[in-house]
Design a protein around this ligand. Structure first.
Ligand code: UDP
Ligand code: MN
Length: 400
């Protein structure tokens, strides 16, 4: 009897010890796991991964106040520096066989496509932007006093490096590069950007601003800078269309849509300088829009117009010779203010312009985007625009 009692007692003790040990181990595991994971920052790493997925796309959801945004910024610079490395200071010869592959973005580097390929993760869940952007206001009071680029960024906090933007809540219908031929007009650029950025955002466009400059002492070549802007912007992003934009023209109505045109569109129809009337029927200067396909079909602008005048009339000829018609919005919408200025010494009136226009027909297929030669000095992805400084060798360009 006593032996039986003892056995039961021993069994009871064993059972209690086992249970205590199991519970103790469970508690130890729990404490140890949470301690180790905290110590090695596993939770942090996990959160960081989420933020990378959300924010890595250049235009991903962003909130500057959140720490995740700052983390995303630390991810982007190496990519941008690679972009810079892609443009060695060599003479660039445009390979149009590359550009013509319209299904795949021309000139896109593996690094860039790596970055942009992440975009659909976010975009797939978003609806297409409405055909008529709901926040347009129509006629606008224009800002005509220059403010600093820092102020411009403050007023447009959703801008991404290089002056890029795309709508947050919907997939834009148009990917547009704004190409600004530029030399030494800083206040004009400030005024234009201050006005333009909010308009383009309201128009729900996926866009980037490219300011294309050329070194002195070569005479200014507006047309060639626009060809260069076209080629360089395509290396950066898969733009569908291009709006070539004088720096001194300020849009006065946000219903003047900076979208892809069905046919080449002249946009600066009514300018205050010309009493809001078209100065002549075939004008194509100021602000004009073309799709990538249209631009390639007409072989871009002529490269031969050094100095002021003629290149826009030449472009009008190119457009019509390739079977396109120029379209325009109505004068009450396509309105602009031109900032007053004098003509620069480095942009003298081109005495050869009429001769060049008259002989343009014979050159169209060999003078243009397919014969473009230039040197990129630098590309800067600034907060409110991308700056591209080039050198053009006039003798070489004129020799063909
Ligand atoms: N431009 C520039 N710096 C110059 C000359 C021209 O930035 O020294 C650019 C600028 O975009 C300007 C465009 O070229 O709006 C056309 O030149 P300009 O304004 O002199 O010609 P306009 O259309 O007034 O006759
Ligand atoms: Mn002007």
């Amino acid at each position: 009897m006593t032996t039986k009692c003892n056995t039961v007692k021993i069994l009871k003790i064993l059972l209690v010890t086992c249970l205590t040990l199991v519970t103790l181990q469970y508690v130890i595991n729990l404490v140890a796991y949470s301690y180790v994971s905290r110590f090695f920052g596993m939770e942090l790493m996990f959160q960081r991964n989420i933020s990378i997925v959300q924010y890595l796309p250049i235009f991903g959801k962003q909130s500057k106040s959140s720490s995740s945004f700052n983390k995303s910024v630390t991810v982007i610079p190496p990519v941008i520096s690679t972009v810079k490395n892609l443009f060695p200071s060599n003479t660039s010869q445009i390979n149009t066989s590359n550009i013509n592959q319209s299904s795949t973005p021309a000139f896109i580097s593996p690094n860039i496509s790596l970055l942009t390929s992440k975009e659909p993760i976010r975009n797939e869940s978003l609806p297409l932007c409405p055909l008529v952007p709901p926040k347009l206001v129509g006629p606008l009071a224009t800002f005509t006093n220059a403010i600093s680029f820092e102020e411009i960024l403050k007023n447009n906090p959703d801008l991404q490096p290089g002056g890029r933007y795309k709508p947050k809540d919907c997939v834009a219908r148009h990917k547009v590069a704004i190409i600004i031929p530029y030399r030494d007009r800083i206040t004009h650029l400030q005024i234009l950007l201050q006005n333009l950025h909010p308009i383009l955002a309201r128009q729900l466009i996926d866009y980037g601003i490219y300011v294309v400059d050329m070194t002195l002492p070569t005479s200014f070549n507006r047309a060639m800078l626009m060809n260069i802007g076209f080629a360089e912007a395509l290396k950066i992003y898969d733009y569908q269309c291009f709006i070539f934009h004088d720096v001194d023209l300020i849009p006065e109505n946000d219903r003047n849509l900076y979208t892809c045109p069905e046919s080449p569109r002249h946009m600066s129809v009514a300018v205050d300088k010309f009493k809001y009337r078209l100065p002549y029927a075939s004008i194509f200067g100021g602000v004009s829009a073309l799709t990538k396909e249209q631009f390639l079909k007409i072989n871009g602008y002529s490269n031969l117009y050094f100095g002021w005048g003629g290149e826009d009339d030449d472009m009008n000829g190119r457009i019509h010779r390739k079977g396109y018609k120029v379209i325009r919005y109505s004068v009450d919408v396509a309105r602009y203010k031109m900032i007053k200025h004098t003509r620069e010494k480095s942009n003298p009136v081109n005495p050869k312009r009429y001769k060049l226009i008259n002989t343009g027909k014979n050159r169209q297929d060999k003078d243009g985007i397919n014969s473009l030669k230039y040197k990129v000095e630098k590309i800067e992805f600034l907060p409110t625009y991308t700056y591209i400084l080039t050198t053009i060798n006039q003798t070489e360009v004129e020799a063909g």
